[in-house]
Design a binder for this molecule. Structure first.
Ligand SMILES: N[C@@H](CCC(=O)N[C@@H](CS)C(=O)NCC(=O)O)C(=O)O
Length: 211
């Protein structure tokens, strides 16, 4: 059985959702950020960054949201949440996976933790840069979705799961993802997925899921 360390409405939500998509049993340990439980020595031994999520797989910790999602897809191929190696959609799947994790997701840390890049005095500038880069990413996703329903191949995969979670994080930004028409159509479809609706209930999240 898996053990997931997470916290509501965070990157942990992506893996919580993924486990529900897979129908796998898991033990959920929600960390209280206000009590800095994610910076405790015991948790830092699992995740040296002190971030969520961490998934315990066969007794060993696995970190990084995108890596955990890809690993779970690989361990449960019957769910079809990743194109198999050698399949036509595999290259797109890998490119979008790495783009999301390496190129786009870091700007969300710039938005939500704006003192990190250059200290508190520079946080307004850091947030302005993060906003511009997040919006450039939304533009790119919107263009990709002009004539397709999913980012890689013709079915829902972990890149759609990660994209949805990151788009959710824009909901209180000046220009949220749903203002891009192709993205809105895509998100409206994905927001009907029972497992995404269930994770909102389980984490007590009431906004965004209904548009
Ligand atoms: N690259 C990491 C980033 C994870 C991350 O930034 N998690 C945030 C919550 S969404 C966190 O743990 N924040 C607590 C902190 O920075 O102290 C991943 O993908 O797992």
């Amino acid at each position: 059985m898996y053990t997931l360390y997470g916290s509501p409405s965070t990157a942990g939500t992506a893996i919580h959702w993924m486990l529900l998509e897979l129908g796998q049993p898991f033990d959920l340990k929600l960390l209280d950020f206000d009590k800095a439980e994610h910076k405790s020595p015991d948790y830092l031994a699992l995740n040296p960054d002190g971030f969520v999520p961490t998934l315990i797989v066969d007794g060993a910790p696995v970190t990084q949201m995108a890596a955990i999602a890809a690993l779970l897809a690989e361990r449960h191929p019957e769910a079809g949440l990743a194109p198999p190696p050698g399949s036509p959609a595999r290259a797109d799947y890998l490119s979008w996976s790495y783009w999301l994790a390496n190129s786009w997701q870091p700007h969300f840390r710039g938005w939500f933790y704006p003192d990190e890049p250059a200290g508190a005095a520079a946080q307004d500038d850091a947030q302005a840069v993060a906003r511009a880069r997040i919006e450039a990413g939304l533009e790119r996703l919107n263009a990709r979705l002009a004539d397709r329903d999913y980012l890689a191949g013709d079915s829902f995969t972990t890149v759609d799961l990660l994209t949805t979670i990151l788009c959710r994080w824009t909901r209180n930004m000046p220009k949220p993802a749903t203002e891009w028409p192709n993205l809105k159509r895509y998100l409206d479809t994905i927001r009907q997925r029972p497992a995404l609706r269930e994770v909102h209930v389980r984490e007590g999240l009431t906004d965004w899921i209904n548009g």
